[in-house]
Design a protein around this ligand. Structure first.
Ligand code: NAI
Length: 505
């Protein structure tokens, strides 16, 4: 363990939302912390703000009163940069501007001891660029907290080209000692989270643009079937479309226009209109007083379904069989290709082809495709789509079966990969490419997505659950359907399938 000793002087520069939160985290961990901001009075205001936050925790019984006093006593607003000279770790959280941050690092390098760690909380700038031109670039490292820093567990410890591995290791251990969940990342656009999360927003935006379903239905599917805390539209409304769109544009440009990261015209239009989300009272949803939240659509069935036939193993969808049985449906199992027969309908997990295409290619009549769920035994909602020649009666029987098992059924248009499956396949694809390119380890990337953006399962672990071959098939079919490089599968998935290996090896 190479964590900094608790008595080591820490300095935080920038007393905005992030700097104040980081200073609080360090002081709570026991460090004396100096907080500096070039806006006169800002640091003192931030310390007063932290004191108010801690007072609320004391009121709720979550913090002993004495602790509050001790933490605040360790926080010292600094009037000038010079007074930070004795810090062993400086974390800057100033304005997101390369030349301003570089100038600050130059000053700090001249001011602080040779072994002082110079950490940046930047979310989008290259650590390599920040360190360029310094005498001791090996001391510069990213320490990327998530907002709000006192509550969010994840810290990305980001190494640039010149970062000394011992410095990154020390910061990793220090973050751990502060009660955080650190991961190592190489300085590449978006680091881990802001890169791997892009498809979460992008696929919903694309589905909306192509008329798959309305916002409320797509959000409900990601929540109720996918197990995500929020759908992409409610989440981007919360983040702010200006912020979310800017991150997408910056990652897209940084990857030389790779279509994987292409921004969405749908989101751009919201930004152009000033519909930035909750903060302006209107985004995808209205937050005006009294505005009613639109409800997801739900199919109803008049079919009285009493039995079904399971043909073969359903793969990741297999837990549905037990659920059907428990709901009183007579289930017969026989050999086959992993489909469910109910009345005239054939239900199958999507493999990324259009229902209409798959029905024709496999000679299936009345095909109804089922979306991915995080857990088919507990999901409360599921998406279906159907082929152009599926009869209304057959669809009714399929809906009747799923409804009887306690699932709300939401229809989406016949688009490849439905909603959750396509989102998860693309998240796993991006995570796989990040592993392939040495941005982080598979374990760290999965951890980052769980701790940083609260995903219910790491994307790579999820792909393994679905099956690497099935995930790859979905991506191949998406790419075939769209003919776009956006959906090209990662070489790591291809290699893993060929070797019969594990993504976490
Ligand atoms: P903010 O605008 O709330 O705070 C920035 C503070 O830095 C201001 O108080 C400003 O007066 C001060 N400042 C600006 N230039 C300075 C300088 N040269 N010297 C000293 N103080 C200076 O910004 P926020 O949101 O706290 O972001 C700060 C940094 O953290 C940025 O690099 C941002 O990209 C990063 N970040 C932000 C996240 C967020 O959700 N807001 C999440 C993770 C990282």
């Amino acid at each position: 363990m190479s964590a900094l000793d608790r008595n080591t002087q820490v300095a935080v520069i920038g007393a905005g939302a992030m700097g104040a939160g980081i200073a609080q985290v360090a002081a709570q961990a026991g460090h004396p912390v100096k907080l500096y901001d070039n806006r006169p009075g800002a640091a003192a205001q931030a310390v007063a703000g932290i004191d108010r936050q801690l007072a609320r925790l004391v009121e709720k019984g979550k913090l002993p009163a004495g602790e509050r006093e001790a933490i605040v006593a360790r926080l010292c607003p600094a009037d000038t940069l010079d007074t930070l000279a004795d810090a062993r770790l400086v974390i800057e959280a100033i304005v997101e501007n390369l030349s301003v941050k570089q100038a600050l690092l130059h000053e700090l390098e001249a001011l602080c001891a040779d072994d002082c760690i110079l950490a940046s909380n930047t979310s989008s700038l290259s650590i390599t660029s920040l360190a360029a031109g310094l005498k001791r670039p090996q001391q510069v490292v990213g320490m990327h907290f998530f907002n709000p820093a006192p509550l969010m567990a994840l810290v990305e410890v980001v190494s640039g080209l010149a970062t000394d591995p011992a410095v990154a290791a020390c910061l990793y251990d220090t973050a751990k000692a502060w009660g955080k969940q650190p991961v190592h990342a190489r300085s590449t656009p978006g680091f881990i989270v802001n890169r791997v999360a892009r498809p979460f927003y992008a696929e919903s935006l694309r589905l909306l643009q192509e008329g798959a379903a309305d916002c409320a239905s797509l959000d409900a599917l990601l929540r109720d079937a996918g197990g995500f805390r929020m759908g992409a539209f409610e989440l981007t409304d919360l983040i702010g479309h200006d912020v979310n769109y800017a991150v997408t544009c910056s990652v897209f440009e940084a990857f030389y226009g790779d279509f994987r990261f292409q921004p969405s015209l749908v989101q751009k239009e919201l930004v152009d209109a000033g519909r930035l989300g909750r903060k302006t009272g209107q985004g995808f949803y209205s937050y005006a007083e009294g505005a009613e939240r639109p409800q997801p659509t739900e199919l109803q069935s008049t079919a009285q379904v009493a039995s079904c036939v399971i043909e073969g193993h359903l793969g990741v969808m297999q837990p549905l069989v037990e659920r059907l049985r428990e709901s009183g449906i007579a289930v017969t199992e026989r050999a086959g290709n992993g489909v469910i027969q109910v009345g005239d309908a054939t239900l199958a997990l999507s493999d990324g082809r259009l229902a209409t295409q798959r029905a024709r290619e496999e000679g299936l009549r009345n095909l109804v495709l089922v979306d991915l769920a995080l857990d088919y035994s507990t999901a409360s909602r599921i998406a279906i789509s159907w082929s152009a020649d599926t009869t209304r009666e057959a669809r009714d029987q399929a809906v009747g079966l799923l409804t009887r098992a306690g699932l709300k059924v939401t229809a989406v248009a016949d688009l490849p990969g439905l909603v959750v499956l396509r989102t998860v396949a693309m998240l796993a694809n991006e995570a796989a490419d990040a592993v392939l390119q040495g941005v982080g380890s598979a374990a760290d990337i999965d951890l980052a997505m769980r701790a940083g953006v609260n995903y219910p399962c790491g994307p790579l672990a999820w792909a393994s659950r679905i099956g690497i071959s099935q995930t790859l098939r979905v991506l191949d079919n998406l790419q075939r359907s769209y003919g776009e490089s956006r959906y090209r599968p990662s070489l790591l998935l291809r290699r893993c399938e060929a070797q019969g290996g594990n993504l976490h090896d």
